[in-house]
Each structure stands twice: as structure tokens, then as C-alpha cells.
Ligand binder design. Structure first.
Ligand code: NAP
Ligand code: FE
Length: 364
């Protein structure tokens, strides 16, 4: 089964190419982070196009990394106050995910506590997504990942209403990324691709895309870190990220994502790094259930598993953090209760999960 109701326009100057498909309304709410819409160059390209199309716009550039539910309510009020009739989301996964939730909250008049209640999601506003990172693939997914202001718990919700109507992916908008965000977001994309194999909802029609995506990241990540303006390398990472998004739109994410969330909530560990620090352990953990799929992956990318691990470990992803025993117990409850666990081929026992967490715990 394939379902992807998003028109995708990919490549250099994609925004210009997308102009004939952009008029979803008369007044756009532009949702972005504090700096990325400007730094990436998207806003400079977008405003003249909106003017040509006689589309008014209002800018809500207040989304922080790992968006809080309170920011969603502020965005909802801003949208309603200014009478916007569609959303253009610009940035990394944080503004893209926030835009989806703002659209749902505004269309259904939801409060902060009602955001996760899918039965209340009856309609939404059209969303155009313009990613400026190559990580989440949120431009082609139905997920919105938020941190609840009251509980500080990070969790996602998925709804078909969340799919952007249009995704505009131009690698030029990613050349301004810092080396750290470049690395972390590419590793998030890598995680999505691998989780497409791990997931119980795996779909063999996606395997060629997954293999290609992994190969693109292996071949281009170091080059991109050395030469941030290397456009073919950026384009490769942008494509891999898009493939990762298409993958998880079908398969969901797994324990690999669930295990990273408490680290992001507690220490602001960037999302991609939180995935990467468990990537090798997760592959070892899942391999006994899917040995053939792992073999096929490494055959397809013409690399051994050991070579892949050596490549992975050539990046600064080994971190150790202080975790109290109380925290560890609470996190295990949170991880084992996460929505993503349902798609995991192997659910860890508490002892197995503790052992996984101990791989990054200081003093163990
Ligand atoms: P992000 O949190 O959106 O952004 C990270 C940082 O990069 C921000 O400081 C941002 O700046 C900056 N930035 C973004 N684009 C830039 C550019 N072109 N040039 C310079 N700086 C730029 O990062 P992300 O990793 O893309 O998104 C992570 C979020 O997505 C997490 O909350 C994660 O849980 C979620 N996620 C969603 C899905 C999904 O399917 N929906 C999948 C995986 C992860 P400003 O903030 O100043 O603009
Ligand atoms: Fe992710």
C-alpha cells in the first residue's frame, strides 16, 4: 500500500517551479523558526512569488527547536487573529511539525490538552512545507512531534490531515546549515531509513528507496561537512531525507526514536544525535529478528556491517550523560509506553532497555 497525498517538487529552484501550485488561499501564515527562513534564503525567494500571485502573508517566526504545545496555541491564535487561510511552513522539522499542529488546532479550535485527541481532528488548513534541513522528512509525513508544556514529555501524533499538500525541496536552502545541524539531521534521515526495515509495518516496495537513501548518506555526509556549499552532496542528503520521510510515512518510527525522546526532553540532545547514539545498538538489537533484511541492505550498499559501523563511529556521536536511577526508571516507563513501540519488531524487557540506556550513561 502506498499513500502520499503530497505534491513534491525537488531540486534547484523548486520554489519557482512550484509557483503555479502555491495558491491555496489569499492570505498565508508563514510559520518558521527564529532564523532559518531568512538564513536559508527561502523568505527572500518566497515573498516576490507571493506578491506576483497576489497572496498576502503574515509571519509567525517563533517556533523553537522541539516545539512546545504552548507555541502551537500562540500560533493558532495568530492565524485566527489575522484571518489566514493556509500555511507555508519553512524550516527544519520543528517549524514543519508545529505548522501541522497549528493548522489542526486552529481548524478545530483545540486547546493545548486536546492536541493529541485524534477524534477531535476533523479538518485542517492546507500546508505548504519548505524544509531547510535534511533530516525529518516532515514535508512528506503525517506526523507532528511536540513537547507538552506541562509534562515536558515529547510525543508525536499522526493524522492524514497533517500531510502537506505541497513539499518544495531545494538543496540550496540547506547550504547555510551549521556542520552540527548538517550532521545531526542527516543521521535522523538515516535512522528513518533503517527504521523502515525494522518496523513491523515494513513494506518491501520501499526497500530500493531505503537502500538508495542509506547509500546517498554514506557517500555524501563527510563531503557535505567539509564543503557546506557542495550542491550535489547537499542534494544527495536532501533526497535521502525525502526518502526517509516517505519511508516513515508508511512504516512509522520504532524504539530507535522512542529511546531518544527523553534525552532530548532532559538535555536538549538534538533529535538526530539522540537517534544516532543508539543506532549501532539498535541494529544489533533488531538484527536477530530480521537477519535477511540486514544482509540485503549491506549487499545493496556494497558495504559490510563492520565498515558501516566504522563509518558511523567516525562522527562525533558517542556521548555519555549523567542519569539518576530515578530518572532511568521514569524514562523506561516513558519509552515502553511510547506510540512508536507498537511498530518495533522486538520490544525490550526492562533489563534489556536498561542495558541499552547504560551504553550512554556516565559511570556505568
Ligand atoms: P530543527 O529543530 O527544526 O532546527 C534545528 C536548528 O537548525 C534550529 O536552530 C534552526 O534555526 C536551524 N536551522 C534550520 N534550517 C537552517 C538553515 N537552512 N540554515 C541555518 N540554520 C538552520 O531541526 P530538525 O532536526 O530538522 O527537526 C527536529 C524536530 O523534528 C524534532 O522535534 C523531531 O522530533 C521532529 N521530527 C519530526 C518528524 C516527522 O516526521 N514529522 C520526523 C523526525 C523528527 P531557527 O530555529 O533559528 O530557525
Ligand atoms: Fe526523526
Amino acid at each position: 500500500m502506498f499513500y502520499l497525498p503530497t505534491r513534491i517538487i525537488f531540486g534547484e529552484n523548486a520554489l519557482r517551479e512550484a509557483a503555479p501550485h502555491l495558491a491555496f488561499g489569499k492570505r498565508a501564515l508563514i510559520v518558521s523558526g527564529r532564523s532559518s527562513a531568512v538564513k536559508s534564503g527561502v523568505l527572500g525567494d518566497l515573498i516576490p512569488i507571493l506578491n506576483e500571485l497576489n497572496i498576502e502573508h503574515k509571519i509567525f517566526a517563533q517556533i523553537l527547536e522541539n516545539p512546545l504545545t504552548s507555541q502551537i496555541i500562540a500560533g493558532k491564535e495568530f492565524l485566527l487573529e489575522h484571518g489566514c487561510d493556509f500555511i507555508i511552513a519553512i524550516g527544519g522539522g520543528s517549524p514543519l511539525d508545529a505548522a501541522k499542529a497549528i493548522a489542526i488546532a486552529a481548524a478545530n479550535d483545540l486547546s493545548e490538552d486536546e492536541l493529541y485527541q485524534l477524534d477531535l481532528h476533523k479538518k485542517s488548513y492546507p500546508i505548504v512545507a519548505i524544509p531547510t534541513t535534511h533530516g525529518t522528512g516532515s514535508e512528506v509525513t503525517q506526523y507532528s512531534v511536540l513537547t507538552h508544556t506541562k509534562t515536558n514529555k515529547k510525543a508525536g501524533f499522526g493524522s492524514d490531515l497533517n500531510f502537506p499538500r505541497l513539499a518544495i525541496v531545494d538543496p540550496r536552502y540547506m547550504t547555510s546549515l551549521s556542520p552540527k545541524v548538517s550532521l545531526h539531521t542527516a543521521l535522523d534521515a538515516l535512522s528513518h531509513l533503517l527504521e523502515g526495515l525494522y518496523s513491523l509495518s515494513r513494506n518491501k516496495h520501499l526497500y530500493p528507496m531505503i537502500h538508495r537513501g542509506v547509500r546517498l548518506i554514506v557517500d555524501n555526509l563527510s563531503l557535505c561537512l567539509k564543503e557546506p556549499n557542495h550542491l550535489p552532496a547537499r542534494e544527495a542528503l536532501a533526497l535521502a531525507s525525502l526518502y526517509g520521510g516517505i519511508t516513515i510515512a508508511h512504516t512509522g518510527t520504532t524504539l530507535q526514536h522512542a529511546i531518544g525522546y527523553p534525552f532530548t526532553s532532559a538535555f536538549d540532545t538534538p533529535h538526530g544525535l539522540a537517534n544516532a547514539m543508539f543506532m549501532k545498538e539498535m541494529m544489533e538489537f533488531n538484527q536477530p529478528n530480521i537477519p535477511q533484511l540486514i544482509d540485503e541492505l549491506f549487499k545493496a550498499i556494497n558495504m559490510s556491517k563492520e565498515e558501516f559501523y566504522n563509518w558511523l563511529e567516525s562522527f562525533p556521536i558517542q556521548i555519555k550523560v549523567e542519569i539518576s536511577d530515578d530518572e532511568e526508571e521514569r524514562w523506561m516507563d516513558e519509552i515502553l509506553g511510547a506510540r512508536n513501540i507498537a511498530a518495533s519488531p522486538r520490544v525490550p524487557t526492562r533489563d534489556e532497555l536498561r542495558a541499552l540506556i547504560h551504553t550512554v550513561k556516565k559511570g556505568v
